[in-house]
Design a protein around this ligand. Structure first.
Ligand code: SF4
Length: 287
């Protein structure tokens, strides 16, 4: 029995994936197969694929598939990335069109190797999507650009509808879980997004050993930075070489964090074991 299968069998019942179904899902799946399109929804084996594709939402990763950082929770390969593909913005825009998406989410690996950390390709991708998909809403899940506001501004100026940057975990665990990112710097990135009158969104994973008080403090920190949308989901280790799960948080506990977040003033809090940062993203343009 392989490791992945053993892990799946150990999961609590509320973490079991449902089979994707619904009217739009098979149609989009067929288009993805026929045109050889690449989405994180499929490559990341996301549990929400049926739900999201039925609602016309999907996520794409740009700037290659090799990351210059090596966070302990993340399944993306790390190493020396290839030079950026100049045609990637147009290809992603075309994929959005073929899939007929109402809402697309764009994310990327970290490109600390590039002088602009990938900001130019980011901006171009947003513009290309808008050019041939004027009705499609765009959410971007951006890296921290090492806090460089000029680079973040390039992305904001391209006109995405929602800008997300994940804290991933509470302050105490950040140095252990995220390789180069800093909790306070990520809050500054979110504050800069909000100050530019954009919808700022962030997400954390639970089950890494954080306490309830630390989660509530993280919510307060996000609200102080002007963040309006928060996602909270259960961490799952991509392989046995990644940081292990400390605890599986029960669904009722996720519900309590949802209510606490709404009370603290977030417009949306998606909080459930299988929530991923782009889950129900189409709702968040209304934040
Ligand atoms: S949560 Fe994100 S990655 Fe998962 S299916 Fe939905 S859009 Fe795709």
């Amino acid at each position: 029995m392989d490791d992945e299968l053993k892990e799946r069998q150990r999961l609590p019942r509320w973490m079991k994936m449902k089979l994707p179904k619904g009217k739009n899902y098979p149609k989009i799946k067929n288009l993805v197969n026929v045109h050889g399109l690449h989405t994180i929804c499929t490559s990341g084996n996301c549990p929400n694929i049926g739900d999201c594709w039925n609602r016309g939402t999907a996520t794409f990763m740009i700037l290659g598939d090799i990351c210059t950082r090596s966070c302990k929770f993340c399944g993306v390969k790390s190493g020396k990335p290839l030079p950026p593909d100049k045609n990637e913005p147009a290809k992603v825009a075309e994929s959005v069109k073929i899939m007929g998406l109402k809402h697309c989410v764009i994310t990327s690996v970290d490109r600390d190797d590039l002088p602009d950390q990938g900001a130019g390709i980011w901006a171009l991708t947003i513009k290309e999507i808008k050019k041939i998909n004027p009705e499609t809403k765009i959410e971007v899940l951006i890296p921290d650009f090492r806090g460089d506001k000029n680079l973040i501004k390039q992305v904001l100026d391209a006109g995405p509808d929602v800008i997300s940057h994940n804290l991933e975990t509470v302050e105490r665990l950040t140095p252990e879980i995220r390789s180069a990112a800093k909790y306070r710097r990520s809050l500054d990135v979110l504050r800069f997004i909000a100050e530019n009158n954009k919808i700022a969104k962030s997400g954390i994973m639970l089950g890494l050993g954080e306490t309830k008080a630390e989660i509530l403090q993280t919510m307060d920190d996000l609200r102080s930075a002007g963040c309006k949308v928060m996602t909270i989901g259960q961490y799952l280790a991509p392989t046995k070489n990644h940081i292990p799960v400390v605890e599986y948080i029960r669904p009722e506990q996720f519900d309590q964090y949802h209510d606490a977040g709404i009370e603290k003033g977030f417009s949306f809090v998606e909080s459930a074991p299988l929530v991923r940062s782009s889950y129900r993203a189409e709702a968040h343009v209304n934040a």
